[in-house]
Design a binder for this molecule. Structure first.
Ligand code: AKG
Length: 282
């Protein structure tokens, strides 16, 4: 399997993220972008911040905004088609995830976010993993507990264009040091740019978030999450219903261990774990 270059290794360890250029080709970008336009018309999980606790999603008949340029935040994409399933272990990206995390991992969550162009959204920053992970820090030489891939489906140029914004190195230290409120404009914030098809790989412990989008176009992204096996998924209550449409490696990544759950499962991996994960997409 492909591994990180020396330069990528240093960037990952010190900054907590790396950018891959052209991770998706232009046809794939167009395909997924069109798919998202369809997904918003379909039932699925969307946030309901006024009704539900922070970070919890509700099953709705369709996204609130049916305009393809409007806001959408849809979870559990795997049910929308096989191409979304295949992205779980797409070799040019998944190889690097395994290099970073090791083979004892599962796929934990998928998400499509469309950041509409608007003057009202100020952006925000956070760590992933809820309240816990910002208090758990790994060292430069440690594998992460969890990480995400964000695929850009639109070009992002300049600043305040819905940029994925990071505080490089914030995964390694108590941050913010003075408990100040962080925004995408706080000193130290870096608003990343990129082309449609680029991907950002980032640690859950990295402070990150969206900038405002004052460009005149929506920013579309896909997010795929991975975690160490004992941490487990948070998009489905048990093994995802799509396992029957998956390759053995995808099944394993979705938590199908090849045997029924028993105490100890996911704590120690099945004995063929390395074979399945390193063995390829077949
Ligand atoms: O939409 C964005 O730019 C950020 C998404 C994000 O913060 C996340 O995936 O945790």
């Amino acid at each position: 399997m492909k591994t990180l270059s020396e330069e990528q290794k240093i960037k990952w360890a010190t900054d907590g993220y790396i950018q891959l250029e052209g991770a998706l080709n232009p046809d794939e970008v167009e395909f997924f972008s069109n798919e998202l336009d369809e997904v918003r018309k379909k039932p699925g999980f969307e946030p309901r911040p006024d009704e539900l606790q922070r970070g919890h999603y509700k099953w709705l008949d369709h996204a609130d905004d049916l305009d393809p340029e409007g806001f959408m935040d849809r979870r559990d994409l795997l049910t929308y088609g096989d191409e979304f399933i295949k992205l779980i272990d797409r070799p040019n990206v998944f190889d690097l995830i395994v290099d970073i995390m090791g083979p004892w991992i599962v796929f934990s969550m998928s998400q499509a976010i469309v950041r509409a162009a608007t003057e009202t959204f100020p952006g925000y920053t956070h760590t992933d993993g809820g309240e816990a992970l910002r208090r758990i820090r790994v060292t430069e030489t440690s594998r992460p507990l969890a990480m995400k891939v964000m695929y850009l489906l639109s070009d992002v140029e300049g600043t305040d264009s819905g940029n994925f914004t990071v505080f490089p190195g914030s995964h390694l230290r108590p941050f913010p040091e003075d408990n100040a409120e962080l925004t995408p404009h706080t000193p130290g914030a870096v608003q990343l740019t990129g082309k449609a098809g680029d991907a950002y790989l980032f640690s859950h412990a990295l402070w990150h978030g969206p900038s405002p989008n004052h460009s005149n176009k929506a920013r579309k992204t896909l997010l795929y999450n991975y975690c160490q096996m004992f941490v487990r998924w948070y998009d489905f209550g048990s093994v995802s219903e799509v396992v029957d449409r998956c390759t053995p490696r995808q099944r394993r990544l979705l938590g199908d261990l090849g045997y029924d759950f028993r105490p100890g499962s996911y704590f120690y991996a099945p004995t063929d774990q390395e074979e399945v994960i390193y063995g390829g997409a077949a």
